[in-house]
Design a protein. Structure first.
Ligand code: ATP
Ligand code: MG
Length: 174
């Protein structure tokens, strides 16, 4: 692999830390003066506090969010439309030389529920600009995607306070 070749990184598994790891990677890119593009699948704009923080970096980072809060209660068609719009934005970012790092947050969920074909994603990733880094997050990444990724990290849940009835907290979970 060439030194300046972009990487496909997959963060998956049931443990906490996939999205936070991706956002940490974003911070590093911003820190060295590079731009980051983030596409959030199944997320309402501005729910994530990290995105509010990202706004302070001006045009160094842009976030596109697709979806409402209660995704699984929404009609399949509503989700399908949001996923199609999110995926269109992903493809645009993969062609855009201004963003050396792009993050597709929770894209694996779109694959798991068959809103998107894994083969389509794999094909598009293969044709991306050579220097482009891509981070894909979400539980249950499909095997075909793991096969083409340069880096795969599986977050393993050892313990999570949710099991003790502790609800999601602002500043920690979102
Ligand atoms: P985070 O955004 O905190 O890095 P994540 O991206 O790894 O988490 P997701 O699969 O996106 O996790 O989970 C969605 C929500 O569930 C987040 O609020 C996350 O913090 C929380 N969560 C993650 N892992 C667990 C777990 N093992 N049990 C319960 N809740 C979890
Ligand atoms: Mg996540």
């Amino acid at each position: 692999m060439k030194k300046n070749q972009g990487l496909v990184q997959v963060y998956t598994g049931n443990g906490k830390g996939k999205t936070t790891a991706a956002f940490g990677a974003a911070l590093r890119m911003i820190g060295c003066g590079q731009r980051v593009g983030i596409v959030q699948f199944f997320k309402a704009p501005a729910r994530e506090s990290a995105c509010r923080a990202f706004r302070k970096f001006g045009n160094k980072v842009r976030v596109w969010s697709f979806g409402g809060g209660f995704t699984w209660q929404a009609a399949r068609e509503t989700n399908a439309k949001a996923v199609a719009a999110a995926w269109a934005q992903c493809k645009k970012l993969l062609r855009d030389p201004r963003y050396p790092l792009v993050i597709f947050d929770e894209i694996h969920i779109a694959l798991k529920y068959k809103f998107l074909e894994t083969s389509e994603i794999v094909n598009v990733l293969k044709k991306r600009r050579a220097a482009k880094h891509v981070i894909l997050t979400g539980r249950g990444a499909p095997a075909a995607l793991l096969k083409v990724a340069d880096l795969v990290t599986e977050m393993k849940c050892v313990r999570h306070p949710f099991r003790e009835g502790v609800p999601a907290r602002r500043g920690i979970e979102f």
